[in-house]
Design a protein around this ligand. Structure first.
Ligand code: C2E
Ligand code: MG
Ligand code: MG
Ligand code: MG
Length: 286
């Protein structure tokens, strides 16, 4: 006798739902454990000045290497931490690590910056920047050297977000919109918020490989930002063609594998030294 197909499909679906729920549960448990055991560390990706070829700072990016397991990408676990209500604890550890790691660099190079990524919930909790300011103070660093990157998702409730950004900047932090151009109301943000910087999303940077309509849109957005006096960091620059297009369009800063991959703070110190020495001895002719 045959079992009806509907029953088999139903059973399989139930199994999938069950396994998913178990996976979700165990992921949350693993994240909690990772927080408790402090299994995270930070890497730092250099940001270059396209006019001078000097390194002007770096973006702090979190890494999770569970013991005896392959590393988990932040593109995977940050959204999980957000949906399980654990992101504020992750960000608290990020802020501690960045404050501790950056003092030496910021003391040796006081005109450089370190960027920290804030999730939507971080941005919406009023005590966050105060905590960061205190951590920095204790470590011996200053908030004016810290750039806070907020995604467009974090700015979705403009009334709320506007006040929050004002207070973040009042503490001395600089503010950037991350992944700029990927959201639906990007351009309206430029008029709504007081911002220091825009981070031009990799999608736009990639478009400069061809003369596509996306690349035309990207160039117009860059032009608008320039007219408004906003500085820009282009993300994910991998080729010389992309770099040259951005430079010609007047984008001041860039990060990407063309210049450097994310690295340890120790390596960043060396990179900073080399980049500044080389640039002053043999500036590239623009
Ligand atoms: P994001 O803030 O937009 O960071 C840029 C991502 O692009 C990083 O990925 C970086 O390693 C990668 N990248 C840089 N240059 C290149 C390039 O030339 N080519 C390519 N293909 N990729 C490049 P990563 O480190 O895997 O981080 C992914 C995302 O996870 C970040 O995107 C950010 O949204 C989130 N994230 C990372 N660290 C943190 C953190 O400390 N806190 C929070 N809330 N989110 C974080
Ligand atoms: Mg970022
Ligand atoms: Mg980004
Ligand atoms: Mg991005």
């Amino acid at each position: 006798r045959m079992i009806p197909v509907g029953v088999i499909i139903g059973a399989l679906l139930a199994l999938v739902v069950l396994l998913r729920a178990r996976y979700q549960l165990s992921f949350k448990a693993r994240l909690r454990e990772a927080l408790r055991r402090k299994e995270f560390h930070m890497v730092y990706q250099p940001v270059m000045d396209l006019r001078t070829n000097r390194c002007v700072g770096a973006e702090a990016l979190i890494r999770w290497s569970p013991p005896d397991e392959p590393p988990v990408s932040p593109a995977v676990f940050i959204p999980e931490a957000e949906s399980h209500g654990l992101i504020k604890q992750v960000t608290a550890q990020v802020m501690e690590m960045v404050a501790r790691d950056s003092v030496a660099l910021l003391t040796a190079y006081p005109d450089t910056h370190i960027a920290i990524n804030f999730s939507a919930e971080d941005l919406h909790s009023p005590q966050m920047e105060g905590q960061l300011a205190t951590l920095l103070q204790h470590a011996g660093a200053q908030s004016r050297n810290i750039l806070i990157e907020a995604t467009e998702r974090g700015l979705m409730q403009p009334d709320k977000a506007k006040g929050r950004l004002v207070s973040v900047r009042a503490q001395g932090f600089k503010v950037a919109i991350d992944d700029f151009g990927t959201g639906s109301s990007s351009l309206s943000y430029l008029a709504t918020y007081d911002l220091d910087l825009l981070k031009i999303d990799k999608m736009f940077v990639d478009s400069f490989e061809q003369n596509s309509s996306t690349s035309k849109v990207a160039l117009h957005i860059i032009e608008i930002a320039r007219t408004l006096g906003l500085e820009m960091i282009a993300e994910g620059v991998e080729t010389e063609r992309q770099r040259d297009t951005l430079r010609a369009a007047g984008v001041q800063y860039a990060q990407g594998w063309l210049f450097a991959r994310p690295m340890s703070m120790g390596d960043l110190m060396g990179f900073m030294r080399a980049s500044n020495d080389v640039a002053s001895v043999a500036p590239e002719i623009i």
